[in-house]
Design a protein around this ligand. Structure first.
Ligand SMILES: Cc1ncc(C[n+]2csc(CCOP(=O)(O)OP(=O)(O)O)c2C)c(N)n1
Ligand SMILES: [Mg+2]
Length: 788
């Protein structure tokens, strides 16, 4: 590498000049920065200082000069960008950034290490005396885990057509505040929930065993898309922009930002800004110094520029600092360098593999663009048009494209089944709706997925809960692949999903929306469109009639009860199953025309699966449930979050007693904030989902599955929340009506006593998808198949 003397001297003197203005706390990082600069020089070992030679024609500018120039330009833009935060504290910048990213509500809990940030939310803070913006609403929860679940519920249900993509935010203190947030973080990474969690931390000067120190980044790295401890207040603008970008883009997920208390208080003055720009932004990505560096990139027009590279050295992304009307923005720049980048910038490429599923030894691969003009795309369209028994599996990736999905399915008359997270993206009132598939799916989609000649899986990752035993998954498509007439198409935004579970014939690295829009265009232009699926749809109707979900019913029984005066009475009642109660809930909401405006949340257990099976899902993102981690106790938090994000909708928690017992302290927040949510507890005095597995796999030796529950009506009263009680089928219609509709502006808790019934069908763990337990009799199961 040849660097003209003038350029090198300019760079080096800028670096040394900055040393005079560097505050002492920055010296350590400056040393690292300088050290790495010299290491780079040594490592390259090619630096020569050359005098420019006189030339007649203008020579091309050498690359190092261009890079130095580009670097100066980017550093100057960053310096301008920082002006708006000048003389603010770290905590104030965090708050300003929350506003900038459209945050309207934050849930959290207090603690010493987060006090400077907390203070930003206080309405008496002088920052709120300036007019012109709406302060962020702060809500104090009963614990940090609930704050995380509320943030998740908020993000999962927040309307997607607003100026900002959905994201939930939770704030907590260091140490136990962080550890209490691990469950929601893991829940969010599993279910792809965009969330930014901000926690205080002991000061950078404190020892590792300081009070309430916890290795927050170490603890949260495995359960976040990105976890980072700020090293200077100067990093905060970058950190916050990157945090929201990462949380909201690619497959969304949680990020964690650790904020040492001294840096929350640190003032971002000019000296700090300049020292940061001069010394802490290396010319190449490096995790050793901080989260930002510069990186040489080339624009499509060939211009070389320095992008701001944020994140990890290996898993970072490039951004452009752009300015419009004095407002600076970090615009993502796709630099096509690795799967992390591709996972955040879908390439719209289509990959074809000749021998997927068929096991033919000779493998041929081709790739092209998702475009009507591209041959690989054309082949894929023909593949779809030819199928006689196709099924669409619609996952979470279809939640923003319900209309496109409907158009596509109707054009070719393809039945659609949905995963737990995709429910409602295909209106279940439509004749092509197969409803949910999988372990507790409806029988019809499970049968049809197995028999299908073509599976079109859009925005779902072939999780084991929908595949059953993998080698026995989709035998129909495998057979069709051998005959060269069918197989699998998989559409996903993450390139890393390609052939992760099962190798598809066509992998489309794109969003569900792009895929569906392109397909619909192609089908609109197609002159030879013929519906091939008439028999297949007829089969769907036959299966649906033959294998409905059954509602367990009970005979009337006499029982003794104590009246208000303490007298023992004999009375009659008909107990209900969870299925019967959910059926009533569904019926009343549909009859009232309220289904499209309802959002449901669940805990984990049979109540969750019964809700998934028996509610008529009509809208995407209407069912909020912990699908992947299966976290009990989330229903209440999710429901609060859903109401905060959708005040015009009726939000209903369908909870189990076991799940509710885990987090009902959050009733405090419901009461305090008067959040008008509806909470229905399906109380079977036990952990029925696990109990059923103990019956199947452990000869009915029940342990840790029975609850002696509190009287939930009294519990609600203790919080000042209205309640309704029902334990008799004769009363359910009236009580359900009261619960749902009598008090639209008040929270209501509905305690429903039910009998223990399993949720069927059940594909026993490790069995093929169409091998379902359909009726509640003692069945012969493989007891060695370990439930998980
Ligand atoms: C935090 C957590 N602990 C344990 C489990 C394992 N588990 C799954 S379902 C279930 C029972 C849930 O009981 P309940 O909420 O009453 O639901 P039911 O099955 O009775 O409807 C348990 C213990 C879990 N999913 N999450
Ligand atoms: Mg229960």
């Amino acid at each position: 590498m040849k660097i003209p003397r003038a350029a090198l001297i300019a760079v080096l003197s800028a670096t040394s000049a900055a040393a005079f203005t560097t505050p002492s706390h920055q010296l350590a990082s400056r040393r690292t920065s300088l050290a790495s600069t010299f290491q780079d020089v040594e490592r390259n070992n090619k630096v020569e200082i050359v005098e420019p030679e006189p030339q007649t024609a203008a020579p091309p500018t050498p690359r190092p000069v261009l890079e130095a120039k580009a670097s100066r330009k980017t550093r100057a833009a960053i310096s301008d960008m920082f002006k708006q935060y000048e003389n603010q504290s770290g905590a104030a910048i965090v708050y300003s950034k929350l506003l900038e990213h459209g945050v309207e509500v934050v849930n959290g809990y207090s603690g010493g290490a987060v006090l400077p940030l907390l203070d930003q939310f206080h309405l008496d803070n002088p920052r709120h005396h300036e007019a012109g913006y709406k302060p962020i609403k702060w809500i104090t929860n009963s614990n940090e885990a609930s704050a995380g679940h509320i943030a998740e519920g908020y993000a999962k249900s927040m309307p997607i057509n607003g100026p900002h993509k959905p994201c939930g935010v939770a704030v907590a203190t260091s140490g136990p505040g962080v550890t209490n947030l691990i469950t929601p973080l893991q829940d969010a990474i599993c279910d792809g929930v965009p969330m930014v969690v901000l926690c205080g931390q002991a000061a950078t000067t404190a020892p590792e065993d300081a009070f309430q120190f916890a290795p927050a980044v170490g603890l949260t790295s495995p359960c976040t898309k990105w976890s980072y401890q700020i090293k200077s207040a100067a990093e905060i603008p970058f950190v916050m922009d990157y945090a929201f970008y990462i949380a909201r883009n690619g497959r969304p997920g949680p990020v964690f930002v650790d904020l040492p208390k001294d840096l929350q208080n640190q003032i971002l003055d000019r000296d700090l800004i300049e020292a940061y720009i001069d010394n802490s932004l290396p010319e190449a990505p490096s995790d050793a110094i901080g989260m930002a560096s510069l990186k040489t990139e080339t624009r499509p027009n060939g211009e070389l520029f320095k992008a701001v590279r944020l994140g990890y050295e290996s898993n970072g992304l490039s951004f452009d600092v752009t300015e419009k009307d004095g407002a600076y923005k970090m615009e993502p720049f796709s630099s096509k360098n690795g799967s992390f980048n591709d996972d955040h910038h879908p390439t719209n490429r289509v990959y074809w593999t000749s021998n997927a599923l068929s096991g033919e030894p000779e493998k041929v691969t081709k790739e092209g663009d998702l475009s009507l003009k591209d041959q690989v795309s054309k082949d894929m369209i023909n593949f779809i048009k030819r199928a006689k028994k196709p099924v669409i599996i619609a996952g979470q990736g279809c939640n923003d494209s319900a209309e496109e999905l409907m158009e596509f399915a109707e054009k070719l008359q393809i039945p659609v089944t949905t995963t737990l997270h995709g429910m409602g993206c295909f209106d279940e009132r439509h004749p092509l709706a197969l409803n949910m598939l999988g372990m507790h799916g409806h029988p019809t989609p499970n049968f049809m997925v197995q028999e299908a000649d073509l599976i079109i899986c859009i925005g779902s990752r072939f999780d084991d809960r929908i595949t059953g035993r993998m080698p026995d998954f989709v035998p129909g498509a495998r057979k069709a692949a051998e005959l060269g007439v069918g197989g699998i198409i998989h559409v996903d935004v993450r390139i890393t999903e390609r052939a992760k579970q099962i190798e598809p014939h066509f992998f489309v690295h794109s969003t569900g929306k792009n895929f569906l829009t392109t397909m619909n265009k192609a089908l609109n232009e197609s002159e030879d469109l013929q519906i091939q699926t008439t028999d297949w749809v007829a089969k769907q109707k036959k299966l649906e009639a033959e294998y409905p979900i059954t509602i367990p019913k009970f005979k009337p029984e006499t029982y003794t009860k104590i009246d208000e005066n303490g007298n023992e009475l004999t009375a009659t009642r008909t107990m209900m199953s969870a299925q019967r109660v959910v059926q009533e809930l569904d019926k009343q909401l549909l009859a009232a025309g309220k289904m499209d405006d309802a959002i449901f949340t669940t805990g984990v257990g049979i109540h969750q699966m019964v809700a998934a099976q028996l509610i008529t899902w009509t809208q995407p993102r209407q069912m909020l449930s912990s699908g992947s981690l299966g976290t009990m106790g989330v229903a209440l938090g999710y429901c609060i979050g859903a109401k905060l994000a959708n005040c015009g909708k009726i939000t209903i928690a369908v909870d189990g007693d076991g799940s509710f017992n885990m987090t009902f302290t959050e009733l405090k927040t419901v009461a305090e904030q008067k959040i008008p949510i509806k909470i229905m507890i399906l109380d079977n005095e036990g952990q029925m989902m696990v109990e059923y597995w103990q019956r199947l796999f452990h000869d009915g030796r029940y342990l840790a599955v029975r609850n002696e529950n509190p009287d939930y009506v009294t519990l609600a009263k203790a919080f000042g929340i209205k309640s309704v009680y029902c334990d008799n089928e004769d009363d359910i219609e009236e009580k359900m009506k009261e619960f749902l509709f009598a008090d639209p502006d008040e929270p209501v808790l509905f305690h429903v006593r039910i009998n223990r019934t399993p949720c069927l069908p059940l594909v026993a763990p490790g069995q093929p998808l169409d091998d379902m337990i359909l009726t509640d009799i003692d069945v012969d199961v493989d007891q060695s198949a370990a439930p998980s």
